[in-house]
Design a protein around this ligand. Structure first.
Ligand code: ASP
Ligand code: MG
Length: 414
């Protein structure tokens, strides 16, 4: 039997109708047996979030949404998925109506947001069929028993529960699976954090014993330094799972922070490829960690909060951090001191739980690989994947670029 390859197409690969022709080409030439995971069409989730906050504009939104999906997939409303399409659209109207009558409910909000992925799967399946891929069909992750760890919102997919629960029988032909949501611990729909379809795709790769996961993005893989810092650097050819997870914890990551977790035990590789240049030889492969002396990449997250206290760690604070799905960069608890370092913007949600002293710093920088030179900034942790330092500067761009040049030029001279 052919080995399964999971292809994930996010919003940046779903901007207009031509993109589907590109998806069709990729699928036709894919090695192995392809399975597709999609997120919502470009910009759709942002619009659905706004709509659920301003439900009084509901009717206009529903019209717009219908129009946009039909422009993307003409004939969707009258084709074989027409009934499903109308059901999702009327489901959105219904839930928006509930919200506008003042009924506050996370379930309604989640149903509205998840509809973005449902509509996208319908639109993609419809267009692929029209382009001759007859066995394409949409599949809702919640409908086939994909389980998430949490109620309403969740940090990750429950692989063990899903593996027992999943109705694999429907995954014949070319399934177009919805990313981002599933069934929560209470049996109701639950959502991952933003960008979570990468993690959904990884979970499906695990559950279907895939030989590979390809994440199609609008970049040539993960760069040594995010281009937002003002220099173009090469894509990293190979990253270990641990390094990839580390890098995705820092500012505007290419992949969702939970992406790699479902793949580690089986060692399933991820390839990050450029959707607009699929035949390019440049890409990033993520797989088992290998020990190396090289500097691999630099990640940076601006806006750091440091909480210190001489009292022991408040369990309420830790529980709240866990509940909100926040991943701190450091949690240190000794009899004398407690210290926690996390993104500054997360502090707003924790205000009522924090005691002790709060300090703000410009940024945290993570150096992946082994920086065997003294670094003049405050060190916060170091392990086999990365060395994390804190920088305090009003010239962050320059500081990062200097660090990049000094670390990588030393390496090039070696
Ligand atoms: N559509 C969702 C979002 O925009 C999930 C995803 O893109 O992965 O966050
Ligand atoms: Mg999206």
């Amino acid at each position: 039997m052919d080995e399964i390859v999971v292809h994930k197409f996010g919003g940046s690969c779903l901007r207009d109708g031509n993109d589907i022709d590109q998806i069709a080409d990729i699928i036709r030439t894919s090695e192995g047996r392809p399975i597709i995971v999609v997120s919502a069409l470009w910009g759709m989730t942002d619009r659905l979030i706004r709509a659920s906050r301003e439900p009084r504009y509901a009717s206009r939104l529903v019209q717009d949404l219908t129009y946009q999906h039909l422009r993307f997939a003409p004939g969707l409303d009258t084709g074989e998925f027409g009934e499903l399409f109308k059901n999702v659209i009327s489901g959105i109207s219904k839930e928006l109506l509930k919200l506008s009558s003042g009924e506050e409910s996370l379930r309604s909000e989640n149903l509205i947001l998840a509809a973005g992925e449902r509509l996208s799967a319908l639109a993609v399946a419809h267009r692929l069929r029209r382009s001759g891929i007859e066995d394409a069909h949409p599949v809702g992750a919640e409908d086939i028993g994909l389980r998430l760890k949490g109620i309403g919102r969740a940090k990750e997919i429950d692989i063990d529960a899903s593996s027992v629960n999943l109705d694999r029988q429907v995954l014949v032909g070319l399934p177009i699976l919805t990313g981002w949501f599933g069934e929560g611990d209470d049996g109701n729909i639950a959502l991952l954090t933003r960008g979570g379809s990468d993690h959904s795709a990884a979970a499906f790769a695990n559950l279907m014993n895939a030989s590979k996961l390809i994440l199609w993005k609008d970049v040539d893989g993960i760069k040594q330094l995010n281009p937002r810092w003002g220099i173009e650097t090469p894509a990293i050819p190979y990253l270990g799972y641990g390094q990839a997870a580390e890098l995705s914890m820092h500012g505007t990551p290419v992949i969702h922070p939970a992406t790699v977790f479902p793949l580690i035990d089986e060692g399933i590789p991820i390839e990050i490829k450029n959707f607009h240049n699929p035949n390019s030889s440049v890409s990033t492969i993520i797989g088992p960690d290998i020990v190396t002396d090289e500097i691999v990449a630099i990640g940076c997250q601006p806006g750091v909060a440091i909480i210190t206290d001489n009292k022991p760690l408040s369990s309420d604070l830790l529980l709240e951090i866990e509940r909100l799905g926040i991943t701190p960069w450091l949690v240190k608890s000794t009899p004398e001191e407690f210290r926690i370092i996390l993104p500054k913007h997360e502090l707003d949600n924790l205000e009522n739980f924090v005691s002790g002293k709060i300090e703000f710093k410009t940024a945290i920088i993570s150096i992946l690989g082994n920086p065997d030179i003294p670094i003049e900034h405050e060190l916060i942790s170091t392990n086999e994947y990365a060395t994390r330092i804190i920088v305090e500067t009003n010239q962050l761009h320059e500081t990062i670029r200097e660090l990049y040049h000094s670390l990588f030029s030393r390496q090039d001279c070696k």
